[in-house]
Design a protein around this ligand. Structure first.
Ligand SMILES: Cc1cn([C@H]2C[C@H](O)[C@@H](COP(=O)(O)OP(=O)(O)O[C@H]3O[C@@H](C)C(=O)[C@@H](O)[C@H]3O)O2)c(=O)[nH]c1=O
Length: 183
């Protein structure tokens, strides 16, 4: 597999090796030793899947405390996936990076603890899958506005995305009390 840093060096883009043959293909989508050598020394405790239609945007989400590192990928369809550094005192605080993840390219993004995460669906539907390093603790989760102008994510969208009520009503990053952010 290829592992490359993104414009946020702690966020990694992983290109697994795809073994194709006359039957189809095979991929190791996670392997502890190899991913550890690549810098993802993670103790995964929960796997999630979500299914969404075109134009659905989920995010930007984080848990603190109970921060979750997330190894994210798309099984079917295509999304634009984004991570935003919101670690207090980080030199890249408030900066974002993004990647096109699809069932075709099988790319994965490693989104460490301390980063907001979100994605928008670019195909008719998308089946999204991710491993997490901590359990779901809804009382510690919060959202930040997908179109926060201080973050300035350039989403590959022609029209406004469809959001959950929670995400539509999410505050701007500047309005989150500092103590709610990870250190
Ligand atoms: C995230 C999560 C949700 N749920 C439930 C709560 C709710 O009834 C339903 C949908 O929850 P949400 O609206 O929070 O789902 P969603 O908007 O897909 O939330 C996810 O978004 C992406 C961007 C992430 O990074 C994830 O960490 C997570 O925050 O699923 C769980 O049972 N376990 C979980 O781990």
């Amino acid at each position: 597999m290829n592992v490359t840093p993104t414009t946020l060096p702690d966020v990694l883009l992983i290109e697994p090796q795809i073994h194709g043959d006359h039957r189809g293909w095979f991929v190791e989508s996670w392997q502890r030793e190899r991913y550890r050598e690549a810098g993802i020394d993670a103790d995964f405790v929960q796997d999630n899947q979500s299914f969404s239609a075109r134009g659905i945007l989920r995010g930007l989400h984080i848990q603190n405390p109970h921060g979750q590192g997330k190894l994210v990928q798309v099984i079917q369809g295509e999304v634009f996936d984004v991570a935003v550094d919101v670690r207090r005192g980080s030199p890249s605080f408030g900066r974002w990076t993004g990647a096109h993840l699809s069932g075709e390219n099988k790319h994965q993004l490693w989104v460490p603890e301390g980063f907001l995460h979100g994605f928008v669906v670019l195909s008719d539907t998308a089946l999204f899958s991710y491993k997490c390093t901590d359990l779901y603790h809804p009382e510690t989760q919060f959202a930040v506005r997908w179109d926060d102008p201080d973050i300035g994510i350039v989403w590959p969208l022609d029209e406004a995305p469809k959001l959950s009520t929670k995400d539509r009503e999410a505050p701007l990053l500047r309005d989150i009390p500092a103590e709610r952010l990870p250190s």
